[in-house]
Design a protein around this ligand. Sequence first.
Ligand code: NDP
Length: 603
Amino acid sequence: MATATVSGSKYDARALREKYLAERDKRLRRDGEAQYLEAAGDFADFVEDPYVEPGFTRDAIVEDVDLLIVGGGFGGLLTAAEAVKRGIDSFRIVELAGDFGGTWYWNRYPGVRCDIEAYIYMPLIEEVGTVPTERYAVGGEIFEHARAIGRHFGLYDHALFQTKVERMAWDEAAGRWIVETSRGDTIRARFVSVSQGPLAKVKLPGIPGIREFKGRMFHSARWDYAYTGGDPSGGLTGLAGKTVGIIGTGATAVQIAPKVAPYAKRLYIFQRTPSAVDIRDNSTTDADWLKHQPSGWQRERMENFLAIVSGAHVDRNLVNDRWGDLWMRFGELMQTEFQAGGALTPGDMMQRADYEKMEAIRRRVAETIDDPEQAARLMPWYNFLCKRPLYSDEYLPVFNRPNVSLIDTDGRGVERLTENGLVANDQEFAVDLIIFATGFDVGAPPHKVGEYEVTGRRGITLDDKWRHLRTLHGTQFSGFPNLHVVGGTAQGTTAFNFTHTLLMQAEHAVDIVGWCLAHGVKAMEVTPEAEERWHDLIEAKHVDHQQFYEECTPGFLNNEGNFRDKPTYIGGTYGGGPLEYEQIIREWRRDRIQDDTVVTPLD
Ligand code: NDP
């Protein structure tokens, strides 16, 4: 057997690879993403808004605006803030929820917290003056910051909450998007920017019996505190004497379980694939340090983090947290190999760094869990980047509690629900409450997330467009003048810190809108030639992760194991990485905006 020794950590590389593949094989399933149910139609009650008073009504609005922003999460807020900064004041924000905040409005489950450092995740903290209390902020604080952005930039006056866009269509003669909403509004907008967010479309497991269960159940993104008692910080006294089942062990469940465990009589955690849970090491903010940061520090810190996780060389690692650990290990290995005159490729080195990282994660499980058999069941066997990395110092110790049972299904998952509870491993577990921590349809296009149709020139819909996807920068589309996507990942980009992606694309969209308004543009449409060039670049820059993802355990990053059915260079992100992407879109605005677009002047 081949043995590799890295930084004092011994492992058998060939045996590990075989183990990873065997664990993947257990989990591969033909139905892939189709295994999940949309929380719509018969399951629409799972996504009702528990945070608003029922019965809200208002008069319908008919109005003309320069800019309509769809979505009031950070994407929409950053777009609106940019508009205000540039003196664009004729804009409207339409938001389904009862307030700003997006994912932080909906996700109020106990323990909710952002695992990207608050100083880079919470955008505009310099402008707004927010001081995050901790390095990794709780959800409520991030939600409050979203609201503070709303107040700071006067955005509440522009918002229509509890309002859903139903459809939008381009009116050629008027040079406007005609947008209709669930409240009977008609908004005639010169420009539209959509920010639907990647975590908005709730997923349920497509298992039989969901409607048979007689107890209480909800998705983590719609927590029912009336039932559980308490609030996001804990105190779930309503669970006293109750048996609770959590389906899922992803980023959300890892935060929920430690809050539920102290209050429930019994907690069953149903595991299909163990998560790789790294160290959190949170700390309170040194307000003095924050106060003495020079102007522009946040952007610099965001860019530094992005450089680290993009594998770029930096002189200083400003954030220096566990997100960068894999890349720092990789950098060290590369340097050692280079100095030794070795012949290993960066790919080989990355795999070594990954094995080493995952060994450390598995060692942590062994060191934390009292029962070795239980520890073995909690160990993840896949490459670190096969699943979204998780960080928690509270999750693993939960399994040492006498009232918590890990129900490891060895890759099969919960099979069905019954009147009394859940069936897994051919055994029924009676429970009072089921929490679906089963995630979101992460890759859905914006109009699918928002459940509205967009009809552009010549009657072409965004849905048609998506079938044969062509975009410019993942944010503009030929056939759809004056339409922008903020948060566009398909042929766009994604930074690990998602608000950074939003910031760069919001600046891009509003810069273009501002240019059009200043130049008397009625309609600006990117040309099919520009889209083809972008498509060619996407292909040319495509980093072939085919083998890597094929060997991964299934998850939303590899189309639930059906990676071949969905080539990522078409619907994936720009292969040159987010740093290069940001430079490209900046330069495009400076040098190419007129070459790559067809412009119709105002009458
Ligand atoms: P995920 O999609 O990450 O996890 C869903 C979980 O449900 C997985 O463990 C999955 O198992 C499991 N599952 C699905 N079907 C079944 C079944 N039939 N039986 C048993 N288990 C099942 O969803 P999350 O809500 O945890 O996270 C979604 C995203 O939200 C994250 O990737 C992250 O981007 C974001 N998030 C971010 C946080 C932050 O700190 N910034 C915090 C929380 C969420 P399997 O792994 O086998 O598929």
